[in-house]
Design a protein around this ligand. Structure first.
Ligand code: GNR
Ligand code: NI
Length: 169
């Protein structure tokens, strides 16, 4: 396993649309292992492959709290089969937009279909933080960041702040 570099705004790679995976094989599992290690190191609760520069429809996630056992999850070619009419605001952050947090409104519940680490098809309902996180990660697969839902003023300020931090680092 290896740590990979997490891309930050305004890297144009983050705007790419990721491509479907045709086979969950050992090479893809090696990518998912690296992504999980990178996510834990950051630390974050989710990571999409495009955030490490790989335009594949792959997501890793672990929503376990600091005192809980690790609970890694893997999503390949995820699709949303259904989303609730009801929406809910949540204060989001993103490893590709470090130190910026703002409220995003998304469907409260979604029904998902994806392939797991073993390449098996899974259908699952998500709510709460799981629903927030999977929708945030699936946006990355379309080149969309949570700041894209904010006003242009807020988005421009967020990118400027990240750029300034990068210069200072
Ligand atoms: O670590 C993360 N925390 C988070 C908090 C609220 C809503 C979404 C997220 S995902 C984020 C990691 C990340 O950038 N994934 O793409
Ligand atoms: Ni993100």
């Amino acid at each position: 396993m290896a740590l990979r570099e997490i891309l930050v705004v305004p890297d144009p790679v983050l705007k790419q649309v990721s491509q479907p995976v045709d086979k969950v094989d050992d090479e893809l599992r090696a990518l998912m292992d690296d992504m999980l290690e990178t996510m834990y190191d950051a630390p974050g609760i989710g990571l999409a492959a495009i955030q490490v520069g790989v335009a594949k429809r792959v997501i890793v996630m672990d929503l376990a709290g600091p005192d809980e056992d690790k609970a890694p999850r893997y999503f390949v070619n995820p699709e949303i089969l259904w989303a609730s009419e009801e929406t809910q605001p949540y204060e989001e952050g993103c490893l590709s937009v470090p130190d910026i947090f703002d409220e995003v409104e998304r469907p409260t519940q979604v029904k998902l279909k994806y392939l797991n680490y073993r390449g098996e098809e899974v259908i699952e309902d998500a709510e709460g933080l799981f629903a927030v996180c999977i929708q945030h990660e699936m946006d990355h697969l379309e080149g969309v960041l949570f700041i894209d839902y904010l006003s242009r003023l807020k988005r421009d300020r967020a990118v400027a702040k990240v750029k300034k931090q990068a210069r200072a680092a």
